[in-house]
Design a protein around this ligand. Structure first.
Ligand code: NAD
Length: 366
């Protein structure tokens, strides 16, 4: 029996095309004896709706829960724009996140040297950038109750969203951030709005308490609005940034764009460690969607998907060396001047999905 199990959900559009490149990588690492992964695949999003009339079947959810890690492509597309709301492709993602209880969303923003000049910021500001944003994913204002729009009867309406956090939710996300900082630059910035929000006051109090267990990690407090400014002013001052669901949604997108194209951005979502095995439920996916405009053309950038797999190696299986080798292989093909259309540059060779995947694998083989 294989040591580790992966459940692959390619999804729709380019999701299926970029997953093929990850499957080739897995086949190679297994063949080389570097890993011992068993893989199984399922349907998610529009593909599942076409086959079963739902965004994901109970059977596939059960397989996702049983696997050591889920590797997800992307879902959606115009074909499914008018399916019943509860069966829309994104419902697969929401259900999986909920059932796996993945509360910690990790969004790295790494600027590969070869792409530094493609950033919207000056090259010297982003060259060598390596930030990790840790966003709380299952609480806060997106889920807090009450969440209502009330007609006041005088031609006015009142809308309410509720920002709510409890100690345990802040404690567990802070621990993820501190644990990760220990494996990186040893620095955590905690971003909140404690100057105007009670949830921010509690956020800061709990984070400071957690910091007492991590004397080797530097903790800095930063107001979330200042964090947005600093990210575009001097982004390299950051190592790990931990923040709530709302601020994390925005700050992670800001950080991501420092590094260039959507096609380059991986992500991980982690749950709590199992009390017996210590294993966390984990979900890895590129940040981008199913890109219907380029689906089926063989030109999608597979790097976000491959980098998401590298995150799985790092965070689910502690295969740090292999993860680093995959990341270095990505960096090396970019330095060689290979580009997919979304990151095309003068004096570089534009290639398709398969050629980019093959080039990364060829670097690894060396
Ligand atoms: P998108 O991320 O799919 O595409 C935005 C733009 O970026 C497009 O021009 C696309 O061609 C380009 N792009 C994205 N990934 C690329 C890649 N790997 N290589 C090259 N170019 C790439 O976002 P969208 O167009 O707003 O949404 C399309 C569909 O995807 C919608 O149905 C949306 O609901 C869905 N979506 C799904 C997810 C997910 O599955 N996690 C996330 C976002 C959007």
């Amino acid at each position: 029996m294989a040591t580790h199990s992966l459940f692959l959900l390619p999804g729709d559009g380019i999701g299926t095309e970029i997953m093929v490149e990850v499957e080739k990588l897995i086949a190679w690492t297994n063949a080389e004896g570097l890993t011992d992964f068993s893989t199984d695949s399922g349907l998610a999003g529009g593909a599942a709706y076409d086959a079963h009339g739902v965004a994901i079947t109970d059977e596939d959810v059960a397989k996702a829960k049983a696997a050591d890690a889920v590797i997800f492509g992307a879902v959606g597309g115009p074909k499914w724009d008018n399916v019943p709301y509860e069966h829309r492709p994104e419902a697969a993602l929401l259900r999986l996140r909920k059932e796996l209880a993945v509360f910690a969303n990790l969004r790295p923003a790494i600027c590969y040297p070869a792409l530094a000049s493609a950033s919207s910021l000056k090259k010297e500001l982003v060259e060598g950038l390596d930030i990790l944003i840790v966003r709380e994913l299952t609480g806060g204002v997106y889920f807090g109750e009450p969440k209502t729009i009330t007609d006041l009867g005088n031609g006015q309406k009142r809308a309410i969203d509720t920002q709510v956090y409890e100690t345990y939710e802040i404690d567990r996300i802070a621990r993820v951030a501190f644990d990760l900082a220990r494996t990186r630059g040893g620095k955590v910035h905690s971003a909140d709005k404690k100057n105007v929000m009670k949830s921010g006051v509690l956020w800061d109090e709990v984070v400071r308490n957690v910091a007492k267990d991590y004397a080797d990690v530097e903790l800095h407090h930063i107001l979330a609005d200042n964090a947005a400014m600093q990210l575009v002013r001097t982004p390299k001052q950051f190592d790990v940034m931990v923040t709530d669901n709302l601020f994390g949604d925005i700050l992670s997108d800001v950080a991501a764009m420092l590094t260039g194209s959507l096609g380059m951005l991986p992500s991980a979502s982690l749950g709590a460690p199992d009390p017996v095995t210590g294993k966390r439920k984990a979900f890895y996916e590129p940040v981008h969607g199913s890109a219907p405009d380029i689906a089926g053309k063989g030109i999608a950038n597979p790097i976000a998907m491959i980098a998401s797999f590298a995150m799985a190696l790092r965070y689910s299986f502690n295969m740090i060396e292999l993860a680093t080798q995959v990341e270095n292989a990505i960096s090396a093909v970019l330095s060689d001047g290979l580009r997919t259309g979304d990151i095309a540059q003068d004096n570089c060779k534009t290639v398709g999905t398969e050629e980019m995947g093959a080039a990364i694998l060829a670097k690894l083989k060396r």
